[in-house]
Design a binder for this molecule. Structure first.
Ligand code: PMP
Ligand code: GLU
Length: 387
């Protein structure tokens, strides 16, 4: 059958596929050690659930306004202003079905046929596919291990062409766990200013930072940068709300308007009563987030120590998000072969680095229990010894 070329050319999300495989094995009675999808193992805090349940009981069961309920857009505007030093009016905010959906809306609005989007590698695997579906062309700029898997301004400069339209930033990063400093971000953003590019800043892991690191909102660095920045965030990671499907972006009004029109014909507004839960998430106590991040931090330290004690594995210590991204090149297998064998032999699920643009690596999420990490390290050690 002749399918739409843009859709036929994309591959399914491997993070979701591996997670499904691991869950199916577990359902079949196997003792699976899962490090696949990046999903907090915590439950959504009670006060958030209660707010959504109350909204449901109160009859908030009708279509919401396409751009999101007013209460939520006001809460997002306040949050961006007080926490991120970003001044966005409510009409500059669009609420969607997850940050993934927000990003898709943005690329659909931004990309003309053949427009180039700079994507620092390693990257979250959905960015290139979204850009391609939107008709744009992803252009990868690779961070080196010597530079902590981060890219530099001169690398970006070298990748600019007359067709370059936008730059994607994701700090803290999925999959590397790296966080750009103020100075590094400013240098990257200045390239965007110089070449008149939009900056798509995916800040979904902003709360997961360790070792005194600070997640900086690139749009807050100067008014010149702010003008061209589209700030993306969501509820999945900070509030353990992955299944609620709520995210948002804030940016220049013309991009919000175009995305909003597109959303009005594709999905309409996200679930109405879920949005009341999100208001409670932003307006309510934040100690639930702090506790979760503390738990991630403990796991991170233990995990990194155990992982790098395994002969043949090296790993830049992550200071953000909840992923380890070790280099496994010394074993002579591609990342796909390594991950496949590991799942088959040890029932341990990890994500190959290839779809993140780094075939020498695998990704392991530590948004899982300490017991899972301990067991996983026993299995991984046994696996690599036998290679
Ligand atoms: N951006 C990044 C970097 C991610 O890792 C994810 C996946 N959680 C998303 C965006 C999308 O998250 P969601 O759609 O669940 O809000
Ligand atoms: N973003 C998470 C991950 O990278 C969840 C899965 C997905 O949405 O791709 O694992």
């Amino acid at each position: 059958m002749e399918l739409n070329e843009r859709i036929a050319g994309i591959s399914p999300s491997l993070t979701l596929a591996i997670d499904a495989k691991a869950k199916a094995l577990a359902a079949a009675g196997e003792k699976v050690c899962g490090f696949g999808a990046g999903e907090p193992d915590f439950d959504t805090p009670e006060h958030i659930k209660e707010a959504a349940a109350k909204a449901l009981r109160d009859g908030k069961t009708k279509y919401a306004p396409n751009d999101g309920i007013m209460e939520l857009r006001a809460a997002i505007s306040d949050k961006l202003s007080s926490e991120n030093k970003l001044s966005y009016k409510q009409e500059q905010i669009l609420v969607s079905n997850g940050a993934k959906h927000s990003l898709f809306n943005i690329f659909m609005a931004l990309c003309r046929e053949g427009d180039e989007v700079l994507i620092p590698a390693p990257f979250w695997l959905s960015y290139p596919e979204m850009v391609r579906v939107a008709g744009g062309k992803p252009v990868f700029v690779s961070g080196t291990e010597a530079h902590g898997l981060k890219v530099t301004a001169s690398q970006l400069e070298a990748a600019i062409t007359p067709r370059t339209k936008a730059l994607v930033l994701n700090s803290p990063s999925n999959p590397t766990g790296m966080v750009y400093s103020h100075a590094e971000l400013r240098a990257l953003a200045e390239v965007a200013v110089k070449h008149n590019l939009y900056i798509v800043s995916d800040e979904i892991y902003e709360r997961m930072v360790y070792d005194g690191m600070e997640a900086v909102s690139v749009g807050a660095l100067s008014s010149e940068i702010f003008k061209r920045t589209i700030t993306v965030n969501g509820f999945s990671k900070p509030y353990a709300m992955t299944g609620w499907r709520l995210g948002y972006f804030a940016g220049p009004i013309e991009i919000v308007k175009a995305s909003s029109a597109f959303q009005s014909h594709s999905t309409s507004a996200p679930n109405t009563f879920a949005q009341y839960g999100a208001v409670a998430a932003l307006r309510g106590p934040q100690d639930c987030v702090t506790k979760m991040v503390q738990a991630f931090d403990e796991r991170r330290k233990f995990f990194h120590e155990r992982l790098t004690a395994i002969k043949g594995i090296t790993c830049v210590k992550p200071v953000g998000a909840f992923y380890m991204f070790p280099n496994i090149a010394s074993f002579g297998l591609s990342s796909l072969q390594f991950a496949e064998k590991l799942l088959l032999q040890e029932k341990m699920a990890v994500v190959p680095g290839l779809p993140f643009g780094a075939d020498a690596h695998i990704r392991l999420s530590y948004a899982c229990s300490m017991a899972n990490i301990e067991e996983g390290m026993v299995r991984l050690e046994r696996f690599v010894k036998a290679l």
